[in-house]
Every structure is written in C-alpha cells, then in structure tokens.
Design a protein around this ligand. Sequence first.
Ligand SMILES: CC(C)(COP(=O)(O)OP(=O)(O)OC[C@H]1O[C@@H](n2cnc3c(N)ncnc32)[C@H](O)[C@@H]1OP(=O)(O)O)[C@@H](O)C(=O)NCCC(=O)NCCS
Length: 197
Amino acid sequence: MGLEVFPIQVTLKDGPKVMLAPLDPEQGKPLRDFYRALPEEDRQFLKDDVTSEGWCERFLKKVESREVVSLVARSGQKVVAEGSLYRALYGWTRHVGELRVAVCPDLRRKGLATEVAKALVQIATDLGIEKLIVQVVEHQVPARRTFEKLGFHQEAVLPHHVMDLQGQKRDLLLLANDVSHIWAAMEALDSDFTPMD
Ligand SMILES: CC(C)(COP(=O)(O)OP(=O)(O)OC[C@H]1O[C@@H](n2cnc3c(N)ncnc32)[C@H](O)[C@@H]1OP(=O)(O)O)[C@@H](O)C(=O)NCCC(=O)NCCS
C-alpha cells in the first residue's frame, strides 16, 4: 500500500466513520492535543512521555526524516487515533519495523487500532520490512490482544526493562511476527468484519 491511497474512510463497528491519512507535519497541534488528552493510565503504556516538552517536535522530525511513518485517524479536525511504524534506515535491523498505536478512549473496541495497524503492516511490507515487533508492558492486555489477533506472538521478555511514570519497574514483552504470517491472520479478520468503505 503506497501512501497515495490515502485518505481512506474507515467505518468502525457500530457505525462511526473516521478518515485515515498520513500525518501532515504541519498538523502537530491536533496530534499533541490527542496524546495529551489520553488518560494517565494509558500514557503509562506508551514508550515516550508524550506530554514532555518538545516531544511533538522531535516526533515530527522523525516523520520528516522517514524514520517514522505516522498514520492519524480523524473525526472532523480532531485526531482520534495515531499509529506509527518506526524503522532503522541503516544498519543491522533495517529489515525490522516497530509498530505503536493509540486510540482515544471513546472509540475503543470498534476495530480502529486493528485498522490502523493493518494499514501500517501493508506500508511496512511495501517498504521491504520483513519482521515487525511491538513492545508492550506486562499486563497491557488491550495492546497485546490487538496485535495477537494480527498474528503477533511473544518472542522475548525483558525483565524490569520499563520504568513507568511513577518510577516502578515492569517487564517488557516483545511481540513479533514475520510479515508474511500476518497476512493470513488479517484475511481471517476480514472474513468477520470489513470496515473499509
Ligand atoms: C491498545 C489500543 C490501541 C487498542 O485500541 P482499539 O481500537 O480499542 O483496539 P481494537 O478495537 O482494534 O481491538 C482489537 C482486539 O483487541 C482486543 N482488545 C482490545 N481492547 C481490549 C480490552 N480492553 N480488553 C480485552 N481485549 C481487548 C479484542 O480482542 C479486540 O477485538 P474485539 O473487540 O473484536 O474483541 C487502545 O486500547 C489504546 O490506545 N490503549 C492505550 C495505548 C496503548 O496501550 N497503546 C499500545 C502501544 S503499542
């Protein structure tokens, strides 16, 4: 999937529609507002402290340098979800991509993270990425389940690798999948639910 196919309208479970498109680097404010509005218990599970000074500017620079591909889902002008594909442009992990997704609380369990992740997987395969990983903190059930349904499996546990916002150390689980395996799981999901218009 090339970026030229966007914007795409996605119809979620129970009917709401959102527009999915690559992040416009000029639109940092709605992205920052989205992340700042996430409840603290959700921000615990994000790798970056998205409320820290300069986070958004640093993120936009990574998007501009192509180290990150970012997709945002919007309802009107409001960002309601964001998903990122991180990759090393050079070096020994240049065949590996990392996915991260966040969805606003009032649109959860409607398949939005799944749709964002699926689009990122397609973009990743187009970029030649062969292996995808997701980093989740222990007990982070929603993210773990979302990616397991897409064919990811636990590949490693790094004990006490995460320090949360309160300074408590937690285990980090590395979920991984070969991209070619992901497609079979996606096709199975599509047979239950086809949200794209
Ligand atoms: C994880 C997150 C992105 C999931 O978003 P979502 O749009 O609700 O996910 P989906 O609707 O696509 O859910 C896919 C599947 O994951 C599982 N799942 C999602 N949330 C779940 C929950 N709270 N409890 C149990 N299973 C859950 C379900 O199996 C679900 O499918 P189903 O609703 O058909 O049963 C969202 O909860 C979030 O933003 N959390 C905070 C940030 C975060 O943890 N990000 C992950 C970093 S990689």
